[in-house]
Design a protein around this ligand. Structure first.
Ligand SMILES: *[C@@H]1O[C@H](CO)[C@@H](O)[C@H](O)[C@H]1NC(C)=O
Ligand SMILES: *[C@@H]1O[C@H](CO)[C@@H](O)[C@H](O)[C@H]1NC(C)=O
Length: 510
């Protein structure tokens, strides 16, 4: 049992059989079953089985093989959906037919729902996200389903009108009643009359914005399904290099994502990448936008810390992964903030966010603080398109973090301070200046130059180049206190209970 990434989502607790069934490797499935792989194994949170994975993907040969080897065909997952429903949703007719022939339980799904639909008000029953079957169909442009539901279902006039409007907006067609003005949607408001609509008939951008406004009005600003379309629209603008429109839409989408209490880490990374792209293309960056994104990022770090604290065992890897992504997103944003030009007041606002995050003291897997990450060549910015914008180690980010209160002598799990990390930097031919600036910034901020890590090595012992060694030596102002401490340690002179407690701690770094 292990974990895999599927579409960048971490899934915990899958088996080899599940992966093989999902990926469609028939021979592997056969081999695993022959070696007694558990055909009914369920994944902890979703309760998916190998058969369900194969049904989802429509791998008919594997479905058949698994069923012949006693896979449970009526098992339901976490949302009470069956394999039959999954295959049906994905349109795998052959799999559906096969499952029916093998006696899949029809009453556990579609038939139930359809029966309800016709007799009761199921088309307008809301799920936990506030969606009704009617809205879902309209949102997905399924005009024939909407028509069917409206013909058979018992629903009120408002739901009918909204379903048709939503369908139209999803196709980008026509509207009514209006949202308050939302800046991201441009200067326009929803059309009120046919003439107004007629006027924007050939204006593609206006029609798209119209659609977004209608969707948000009908589905609600706290609806899970709303932000996606807004992001999508923002992406189109970004691709056309219309960055202002794109940022406005994405910031709005970020706000919407927060409103529906969803994780915003992916949205944050998308925005970070957009900022990088703008710097790369020498487009002016608006500090107010950067500051807004930083503020969301702070909130997201707070939330991901509490998600880690309260995660059940199966959810922990995902919560940790999410937490880590958020730390890096914030570090990248701090770097971006150094690339903006703005007034004192705006700068203070951005720095306040950095201060807030530093106070939470977030740590990466190996116990690195933001300052460790800022001095480490291992901190890579992922996209190949934007990696030349913020390179780590990054002297400007180091200065910024120190200014905002980063602890200069914080240690990671190995007892290394940021100074231990930077002296190992060896790309000096092109970047001696970075090494120099960072070492002096750290020392000026009071870094303890002879602090020993868990292997009793001081930064001087860790230098990987003679340049680093010389730089460090020139910066070191060894105090008498430090010299004495080293002598005590070196000669194993007993000191416990002989000197004040605070001095004992001090001695122990040496
Ligand atoms: C899987 O579950 C089904 C239904 O409970 C059961 O009939 C079947 O024997 C199980 N298969 C194996 C291999 O245990
Ligand atoms: C699944 O069905 C069971 C029993 O019918 C019910 O108690 C449970 O609430 C359902 N779960 C969901 C997510 O609908």
């Amino acid at each position: 049992v292990f974990q895999v990434f599927i579409c960048r989502v971490l899934i915990h607790g899958v088996t080899a059989l599940w992966c093989a069934a999902k990926a469609g490797h028939f021979e592997v499935v056969r081999l695993l079953i022959r070696h007694q792989a558990n055909v009914n194994h369920t994944i902890p949170i979703t309760k998916s089985t190998p058969l369900r994975a194969a049904c989802f993907k429509g791998h008919m040969d594997i479905v058949q093989y698994l069923v012949e080897h006693q896979a449970d065909i009526n098992i339901v997952d976490n949302d009470n959906t069956t394999c039959l429903m999954v295959a049906g949703c994905q349109g795998h007719t052959d799999v559906v037919r096969f499952l029916l022939e093998r006696g899949a339980d029809l009453n556990r799904g579609h038939m139930d729902i359809v029966r309800e639909l016709v007799s009761r008000r199921a088309a307008v029953v809301e799920d936990k996200r506030g969606m009704t079957p009617l809205k879902v169909a309209a949102d997905r442009c399924q005009a024939d389903v909407v028509k069917f539901l409206l013909a058979y279902a018992d629903c009120d006039a408002k739901s009918r009108i909204e379903a048709l409007e939503l369908l139209g907006a999803s196709f980008r067609l026509f509207p009514k009643e209006r949202l308050p003005h939302i800046e991201a949607y441009g200067l326009r408001r929803e059309c009120k009359s046919l003439e107004e609509l007629e006027n924007i008939r050939v204006d593609h951008d206006a029609l798209h914005m119209e659609g977004l406004m209608i969707r948000e009005r009908i589905l609600g600003s706290d609806n899970f399904f709303v932000p996606n379309q807004v992001f999508y629209r923002g992406t189109l603008y970004a691709n056309r290099w219309e960055f202002d429109n794109s940022i406005k839409l994405w910031l709005h989408a970020l706000w919407l994502t927060e409103r529906c209490n969803c994780k915003t880490h992916k949205a944050l990374l998308i925005l970070v990448e957009l900022f990088y792209k703008m710097v790369h293309l020498h487009k002016p960056l608006n500090a107010v936008s950067v500051e807004q994104v930083m503020s969301c990022s702070v909130l997201e770090i707070q939330r991901s810390i509490s998600r880690v604290d309260s995660a059940a065992e199966g959810e922990l890897p995902q919560a940790l992964d999410n937490y880590k992504t958020n730390i890096f997103a914030f570090l990248y944003l701090s770097c971006i903030s150094t690339k903006t030009t703005c007034g004192e007041e705006q700068r203070t606002r951005m720095n306040k966010h950095i201060y807030d995050v530093i106070k939470m003291d977030p740590r990466s897997d190996d116990g690195s603080t933001l300052l460790h990450l800022a001095v480490s060549p291992g901190t890579q910015v992922n996209s190949c398109y934007t990696k030349d914008v913020c390179i780590f180690p990054n002297a400007q980010v180091v200065k910024l973090l120190l200014e905002c209160g980063a602890q200069v002598d914080a240690v990671d799990h190995e007892g290394n301070t940021p100074l231990h990390v930077i002296v190992q930097y060896d790309q000096l031919i092109c970047d001696l200046l970075t090494l120099h600036t960072i070492i002096s910034s750290l020392v000026e901020a009071g870094a303890h130059t002879d602090m020993a890590n868990k292997q009793k090595k001081t930064p001087l012992d860790m230098c990987s180049t003679s340049a680093a060694k010389d730089l460090l030596k020139s910066q070191m102002k060894m105090s008498l206190q430090c010299l004495a401490a080293r002598a005590v340690r070196k000669h194993s002179i007993p000191y416990r209970n002989e000197i004040p407690k605070t001095l004992e701690e001090f001695l122990e770094f040496h």
